[in-house]
Design a protein around this ligand. Structure first.
Ligand code: PGA
Length: 254
């Protein structure tokens, strides 16, 4: 059985005081939650403070990006070992906003995933098609290429230490969630691809998150799908009550 993973992606939101308040609120709200992993992917600046606040909780802290070199003259960049040294355990890699606005390619994503693993961080590697690609009926080939190139050269152990997130770009921040069936179709494709490039054991164990307009109201039906193992939550993770309801997805049966 794959353990559910609910990851918050705060993106570029909140001041330090607001970030600390939300982390403390979630620590309290989620203290009795068991049987799942919860991670808050916060802006770089707040990783250390939020990690310190969450020391005595089961909630982990993640970042939203990293650079693939360990150190050196790369002004403005943050490395895997730096993140690890301030209490970070996860890092989102290849989010569509980074691909779109910062021109990240699958090759960049691949270097970043490897750098994260080398630093002892769990990369959450994001893939997903744009609206145009879905309308052109090329979702399968786009996602296949993203998976092959972004995860190229990862060993079985690396794959087991990684998480994949399927985030259809047209569903991110738009309020337009993929239907559970649409998401399941791509999740199942991704699991098959992992089976082909790694092996069936790894494919069975690797967690594949869905992301794109997850809300307390739709999370249960998504999580019921056999190949959806968790969620990467943007907008709805910025409020304590709403993220708590997402983490407690089974209580949302309706
Ligand atoms: P959203 O963002 O939940 O606001 O759609 C998800 C994401 O970008 O990870």
């Amino acid at each position: 059985m794959r353990r559910p993973l609910l990851a918050a992606n705060w993106k570029m939101h909140k001041t330090l005081a607001e970030a600390e308040a939300l982390a403390s609120d979630l620590k309290e709200r989620l203290k009795d939650v068991a049987g799942r992993d919860v991670v808050l992917c916060v802006p770089f600046l707040y990783v250390e403070a939020v990690a310190a606040l969450l020391l005595e909780s089961e909630i982990a802290v993640g970042a939203q990006n990293l650079y693939w070199e360990e150190k050196g003259a790369f002004t403005g960049e943050i490395s895997g070992p730096m993140l690890k040294s301030v209490g970070c355990d996860y890092v989102i890699v290849g989010h569509s906003e980074r691909r779109q606005y910062f021109r990240e390619t699958n090759q960049d994503v691949n270097r970043k995933a490897k750098a994260a693993l080398k630093a002892g961080l769990t990369p959450i590697v994001c893939v997903g098609e744009t609206l145009q690609q879905r309308e052109d009926d090329v979702t399968e080939s786009v996602v296949t290429t993203q998976i092959h190139e972004s995860l190229d050269g990862l060993s079985k152990g690396d794959m087991l230490g990684s998480v994949i997130a399927y985030e259809p770009v047209w569903a991110i921040g738009t309020g337009r969630t993929a239907t559970p069936e649409q998401a399941e179709e791509v999740h199942s494709l991704i699991r098959d691809l992992v089976g082909q490039t790694s092996d069936s054991d790894v494919a069975e164990q690797v967690r594949i998150l869905y992301g794109g307009s997850i809300k307390p109201e739709n999370v249960y039906d998504l999580m019921r799908q056999p190949n959806i193992d968790g969620g990467l939550v943007g907008g709805a993770s910025l409020d304590g009550s709403s993220f708590e309801r997402i983490v407690r997805f089974e209580d949302r049966k309706s």
